[in-house]
Design a binder for this molecule. Sequence first.
Ligand SMILES: *Cc1c(COP(=O)(O)O)cnc(C)c1O
Length: 368
Amino acid sequence: MAKAQETVLEIDLNALTHNFEYLKSKLKENTKFLAVVKAFAYGSDAEKIALHLQNLDVDYFAVAYTSEGVALRDAGITKPILVLHPQPVNFKTIIDRCLEPSLYNARVLRSFISCAEKEKQSNYPVHIKFNTGLNRLGFWENDVDYISSQLKSNHSIKAASIFSHLAASEDLNEKEFTQTQISSFKNSAKELIDALGYSAMLHLCNTSGILNYPEAHFDMVRSGIALYGFGNSAKENKNLKPIASLKSVVSQIHLIEKGETVGYNRAYKSEGFKKIATIPIGHADGIGRHFGNGKGFVFINKEKANIIGNVCMDMIMVDITHIECHEGDEVIIFDNQFTAENLAESANTISYELITSISRRVKRKIIK
Ligand SMILES: *Cc1c(COP(=O)(O)O)cnc(C)c1O
């Protein structure tokens, strides 16, 4: 593959296919697959990722905000799109663009019903969200009567699914808590279906739920992070392929003497002769200041180079005293060997935050 000549995020669609097929191999034949493509498909490229998954015949998509769903419709996505966290101000747009809202409390349920009535809808698909312990979004189990009375009082909307979200599916020390979430979900869903008098799809599992709780797959599963190549465990990481590689180049090399400093606020002070490389990627590209001052690193000619001093807006400086390299050489910030998860850990964060932070000004390059 051609070496990077500027900062670029390469996205490998073959790796995406691999991850999708791997996850599918964990499901029963008729379990549906919802691909979570919120946050620009976890910082990659939502349109290209969603189009590829649509070609692989994924069943559903989910985004967080309405605007993300609109962007997918504009890009030619025709599969159903669940909007996980909509606001009433978006409801007309949701209906206009055939997006499907998560209804998570009385405020949004009432508001969506009145919008659907005004727009003369019948049986418009909605998704009823229960809170089973994450305490983030969702109705409580004792709201079932209220939800069913609202849904039965008019025919403008219909529950296409009932769902909830696990709080700690990746943490096997929390197995007991997860099991209480699973049974609370089962109870709420059964009560609601009984009260409504019609069936709806049930779904609960995110990536780690899929991998750790096969008994809780229900009718559909929702995967985000594993599609992008991370399984939240060393064991599962081996089965997945990171789809994104963040690459850059050495812009300039400086040789500095003992006592000289590097970067803003003179945060790095040299204790001896050093060779320093400047790389065109900074906090405005998604490499946050928490990676500065020796925490984060990049790879040049397979050798690790630590970030020294403060991360600037548009660049970082790294210590290459021990590395044979030249201006113009390729730099790997992360790829499928030097992973985003490893880099994230160096600054006490997680792969999710690092990959979703890569800003829009970093050029995306699709690789097939
Ligand atoms: C983001 C999100 C997911 C995806 O979680 P992963 O751990 O990335 O698989 C699934 N469901 C909901 C409700 C989410 O917000």
